[in-house]
Design a protein around this ligand. Structure first.
Ligand code: IPD
Ligand code: CA
Ligand code: CA
Length: 280
């Protein structure tokens, strides 16, 4: 490793430590609130937020600010006091899978990524109920609780378990149905676990072979995409472009890499008017 690479790796591992610390504090908070009463508010089409989302985001941001006062934030929940730019941009989804959380279904997670120079430097996804921390940083392998993980080596569609999810864009729900119609005869099975970030972590760990969604935001994918890539997988939009890092609102197809193109041909439903959704 040359001096620049060594420097980058040590900066990335410092960011990773901050992300781990913030995720674990927020994990404790959302675990404590898990069985208590909660306030639920609708914020958009099929889109909910709870008091726990706001509390977890505030805790994560304050812990990061204590360590890195010059950094900025792109966080899912409204928070006008947070600076929106800085030397490093922290992309935070305080609870990914709020619908599950609010109904006390256990698939949800906390997702935190640190971005600089348009690259994700470090990312963590914490599943607080199972105590599973997925992580990666530039120059370091993807890990689950500090043990290295890898994407699956499935090479036949018929062996695959593919996950997907419903979007908050009404028209794109039909695209999801179209993709399901094309995939279902070809694959072993399909899952909707209700948390995009957790699904990405499971692709990285080889528990799922791929995941697609017709519309996600940066906070859903930033940490997970780095973890999948460092675990040997591939992340792109459904039409095959690079996944945007700080701007969301696009599709994603995340896979073990081996089956990426075969899956893309099925998910993309050629000729479907929503294929070019990102460009409209
Ligand atoms: C949602 C979840 C869900 C996905 C939605 C996301 P949220 O995030 O990741 O699985 O289908 O598009 O918005 O609202 O629970 O943070
Ligand atoms: Ca989310
Ligand atoms: Ca969320």
């Amino acid at each position: 490793m040359n001096a620049i690479a060594t420097n980058e790796a040590s900066e990335a591992s410092a960011l990773l430590e901050t992300a781990r610390l913030a995720a674990s504090a927020a994990g404790e908070l959302v675990r404590e609130k898990w069985s208590g009463p909660r306030t639920l508010r609708k914020k958009g089409y099929r889109d909910w937020v709870t008091d726990a989302d706001f509390a977890a985001q505030a805790l994560i941001a304050s812990l990061i600010r204590e360590r890195h006062p010059t950094h900025g934030f792109l966080a899912e929940e409204e928070s006008p006091d947070l600076p929106s730019s800085g030397d490093v941009l922290w992309i935070i989804d305080p609870i990914d899978g709020t619908t599950n959380y609010s109904k006390r279904q256990p698939n949800f997670c906390i997702s935190i990524a640190a971005v600089s120079g348009a690259r994700v430097r470090a990312g963590v996804i914490l599943d607080p109920l199972r105590n599973e921390l997925f992580s990666a940083a530039n120059g370091l392998p993807a890990q689950l609780n500090r043990r290295q993980i890898q994407v699956s080596n499935a090479s036949n569609l018929v062996e695959t378990v593919i996950a997907f999810d419903w979007t908050h864009v009404p028209a794109l729900r039909q695209s999801t149905l179209d993709s399901l119609g094309k995939l279902s005869p070809e694959v072993h099975s399909l899952r909707c676990i209700g948390s995009a970030a957790l699904a990405l972590a499971w692709v990285a760990a080889g528990r799922l072979d791929a995941y697609w969604n017709w519309h996600l935001n940066a906070w859903d994918t930033a940490a997970g995409a780095l973890i999948v890539e460092q675990a040997g997988g591939r992340c792109a939009t459904i039409d095959g472009n690079d996944l945007p890092v700080t701007t969301g609102g696009g599709s994603c197809l995340i896979s073990n890499g081996i089956l990426h193109e075969s899956l893309r041909n099925l998910v993309a439903a050629p000729g479907h008017p929503y294929n070019d959704f990102e460009n409209r």
